[in-house]
Design a protein around this ligand. Sequence first.
Ligand SMILES: NC(=O)c1ccc[n+]([C@@H]2O[C@H](COP(=O)([O-])OP(=O)(O)OC[C@H]3O[C@@H](n4cnc5c(N)ncnc54)[C@H](OP(=O)(O)O)[C@@H]3O)[C@@H](O)[C@H]2O)c1
Length: 284
Amino acid sequence: MHTRRIGDTGVSAVGLGAMPMSVEGRPDESRAVATIHAALDAGVTFIDTADAYFAQADGVGHNELLVARALASHDRGREVLVATKGGHTRPDGQWALNGSPEYLKQACEASLKRLGVETIGLYQFHRPDPQVPFADSVGALRDLLDAGKIRMAGISNANPEQIRQANDILGDRLAAVQNQFSPAFRSSEPELELCAELGIAFLPWSPLGGISRAAELGSAYAPFARVAQAHGVSPQRVCLAWMLAKAPVVVPIPGASRPETAADSAAAAELPLTPPELAELDAH
Ligand SMILES: NC(=O)c1ccc[n+]([C@@H]2O[C@H](COP(=O)([O-])OP(=O)(O)OC[C@H]3O[C@@H](n4cnc5c(N)ncnc54)[C@H](OP(=O)(O)O)[C@@H]3O)[C@@H](O)[C@H]2O)c1
């Protein structure tokens, strides 16, 4: 598969978002492991998880533990860059925030244990916490880098000002920005462009519109269905190829809970789209 860079690391141009394998509606463990293995077999070398991906009935870290188990049972598991996140808490299943440096350091220690590693490849601050100065949360990432707990740092759900602020604090150790971006959600184009300018990887989350809407992408956006038909591929694959064409820093992380969808999305890295097709998709 074509590769791209996250910081100093070459990764597959398309990653895998592991969230659908841990939240409500998730598959059983054997199908989840088969899904991760199918992604690896298709050449994926980048997986995104978070401590907060779990269903209400179980505990923090379900997804990290699942990813760790799946990678341990695949020949190429050690070649994968695993990105996790801290800063979201899930009291009573709700989504809450804690961006305090003390909490982030504690969350990182817990993620290290669950992933079974001495250093996390890419650790991302999940979402700015209005109760904590953003520079303080990013300062915790700097301390974790200095302590060797994490190799690269990322931020998520950040606006251009926050990206510049984190870039000032972390320099080239700010390797990635993970924001929502899809045909249905294009308002993070300024962040994508800023990442391209600064040479920071941009990781579109929910690139297919999210777990509950991804299947309807073709019926919701006719140009994606038209281009897909012309190439004999899925509209979801076209969508990922479209965002890959936006800038060399883009590395989408489509979620999957089935081996077929994981493999289908991975193939987007090899789908060339023509300038007129890209223009048609851009105009959707
Ligand atoms: N930083 C943040 O705040 C944040 C927020 C949300 C998500 N994320 C990350 O972003 C990742 C992706 O987002 P997401 O999972 O919410 O949404 P998504 O990637 O837009 O959609 C996921 C759904 O797309 C379906 N799908 C994937 N490839 C497909 C294909 N080729 N053809 C047809 N259907 C396909 C999957 O169906 P099946 O289930 O049937 O396989 C899956 O349930 C997450 O897994 C997570 O790692 C981050």
